[in-house]
Ligand binder design. Structure first.
Ligand SMILES: Cc1cc2nc3c(=O)[nH]c(=O)nc-3n(C[C@H](O)[C@H](O)[C@H](O)COP(=O)(O)O)c2cc1C
Length: 209
């Protein structure tokens, strides 16, 4: 079954990172790309259609730029409207449709990676805010990677839905070209090829929902 890629970027044609990532995967025959901000500019998501597409696909990729330590709001709404008891029961043993599939995140980050590791201010903030709420197993798994810690609501959602959680594909330094430390276009294209390869390596989902 094809992989469903949900992209949430409010202005992707003027983006560097997410546009490059999208362009690298868009023509892969095993991928269906859905650009939420183009499909639902009024934020009125057709949940039944989205759920039907999920049933017709296998693994799910969520691709987005990090906005205020989170995903853009239309992706959050997509999760709220679409990922519900229609696809899986609230108890893990009721999970059916999504069970065994992989949830893969692909996230671009404006800041340079050093800003997210100790001893910077962002790191200390995120560490103080996020970590007290995390299970010891999650702390063990993510170590000092604060972006992975920030993304744990997605991981927890994947687990509740019975899905595997792929190691997040995080691209740092996707700031304006002129900013010191920003990834250049050539390296972004190379990164986008790594993204394509990652999607091609995901375990294929064969069962029909
Ligand atoms: C509203 C908004 C909030 C942002 N919040 C963050 C943030 O919390 N951390 C960060 O590193 N970058 C942040 N950024 C920068 C974006 O992550 C960055 O511009 C984006 O990942 C670049 O990808 P693009 O070229 O596809 O737009 C923010 C940008 C905007 C517009």
């Amino acid at each position: 079954m094809k992989t469903l890629v949900i992209i949430a970027h409010p202005d992707i044609e003027h983006s560097r990172g997410n546009r490059a990532l999208r362009d690298a995967i868009a023509h892969d025959p095993n991928v269906t790309v859905r650009e939420l901000y183009k499909l639902y500019p009024d934020f009125r998501i057709d949940a039944a259609l989205e759920q039907q597409l999920i049933r017709e696909h296998g693994n799910i990729v969520l691709q987005f730029p990090m906005y205020w330590y989170n995903c853009p709001p239309l992706l959050k709404k997509w999760l709220d409207d679409v990922i519900n008891d229609t696809l899986f029961g609230s108890a893990p043993e009721k999970s059916l449709v999504l069970k065994g599939r992989t949830l893969q995140l692909a996230v671009t980050i404006g800041r340079v990676s050093e800003r997210y590791f100790p001893p910077t201010r962002d790191y200390v903030w995120a560490d103080d805010v996020a970590r007290p709420y995390l299970k010891p197993e999650l702390l063990d798994r993510h170590g000092t990677d604060i972006v992975e810690v920030l993304l744990t609501p997605f991981e927890q959602t994947a687990h509740l839905a019975g899905m595997e959680y792929g190691h997040p594909f995080v691209t740092y330094n996707v700031g304006p070209l002129a900013r010191m430390g920003s990834i250049n276009d050539q390296d972004m294209l190379a990164r986008a090829q790594e993204y394509l390869q990652l999607l091609q390596r995901l375990d294929p989902v064969t069962q029909e929902a």
